[in-house]
Design a protein around this ligand. Structure first.
Ligand code: AKB
Length: 315
């Protein structure tokens, strides 16, 4: 990776990935793009271009202008929004992906796009979900993710394109909020704990989902993209996770720092239904064996860091 184009750069992952990539590869070598422009480090600390990923010609011309050799395609609708607007999700998630793959094929770029635990469904084994298993999701987001994984594999086999991906769990960070996801409660809870001392969860107690702190997610992207291709038996996409918990456990961890923190529930049937269709915990052994994936943060370490950083941010 020497010159990298990132789509959806102002989203939850992009807002932090851009800084990490610019730190490693040089600010001028990371071209951030997004459909909107807001005053931020992403926009001011290096090249930034407005880009609607549905516009294939614009994407190609930006990639060509900067002579990129890597495309990281992040722009997508998350699970809950995709369920509310399934046709838009299909058009944007699949249309954006195919445009990014085509640009990469024409310019012979290395390619990354995230998949998700949403690529699994009710028929998937729930605990320690293997890398290779049943993938019959019942959500539009899941359909997009499975189709995306297959499409990326197709571009690898058919055109020799160096496509790589990660099945991310819920990502937790204090920098940019997620939007429209099912796992977002695990970010909101920290904000509300500090601001209000209480949180009403839309996910019911006892619902386990995989999660990961953003620094581990960013490192996983870089490690996978830098991995020797000779060691990759899989490509699209690798299971990665750092922890699995249910709402009562994150609340208990927060109470170690804010003893008066109160948790209540007002379950959202749509997001609860999505969560119920996903695994309780996934197995990341293939990622560990094939390219050395390792997560540094567990629930305890992440909670301490989140609360410290958010207190500074919100004060
Ligand atoms: C979502 O909840 O939609 C995402 C995901 C797990 O892919 N955070």
């Amino acid at each position: 990776m020497k010159k990298i184009l990132v789509t959806g750069a102002l989203g939850q992952i992009g807002s932090e990935l851009i800084g990490k990539l610019r730190g490693i590869y040089g600010a001028e070598n990371v071209i951030a793009t997004d459909i909107r422009k807001v005053e931020s480090d992403v926009v001011t600390n290096g090249p930034f271009e407005l880009l609607d990923v549905m516009d294939d010609k614009a994407m190609f011309s930006i990639a060509k202008k900067y002579e990129v050799d890597t495309v990281m395609h992040l722009a997508a609708l998350l699970s809950a929004t995709a369920e509310a607007k399934p046709l838009l999700a299909w058009n944007l998630n699949m249309g954006g992906l195919v445009n990014a793959l085509e640009v990469s094929r024409e310019l012979n770029c290395q390619f990354f796009t995230p998949s998700s635990i949403g690529a699994f469904g009710p028929a998937t084994p729930k605990d320690s979900t293997p890398q290779d298993t049943i993938q019959r999701p019942t959500t539009m987001y899941g359909v997009n993710k499975v189709a995306g994984e297959l499409l990326c594999d197709y571009y690898f086999h058919k055109f020799g394109l160096d496509t790589r991906g990660l099945r991310f769990p819920g990502l937790i960070s204090y920098v940019a909020p997620p939007g429209g996801g099912t796992t977002d409660y695990a970010v909101e809870i920290y904000y509300e704990a500090i601001k209000e001392g209480k949180y009403t969860s839309y996910i019911d107690k006892g619902t386990y989902m995989d999660m990961m702190y953003m620094p581990d997610a960013l490192q996983a992207i870089v490690s996978l993209m830098e991995a020797d291709p000779a060691n990759l038996k899989h490509r699209n996409s690798f299971n990665v996770t750092a922890m699995s918990f249910e709402p009562e456990q994150i609340a208990a961890e927060i109470r170690k720092h804010i003893p008066s923190f109160e948790m209540s529930y007002n379950v959202d049937p749509v997001r609860q239904g999505i969560a119920n269709s996903w695994p309780n915990s996934i197995d990341a052994t293939c990622a560990m064996e094939e390219w050395g994936f390792k997560a540094e943060y567990d629930l305890e370490k992440m909670t301490k860091d989140m609360l410290e950083k958010l207190k500074q941010k919100l004060s």
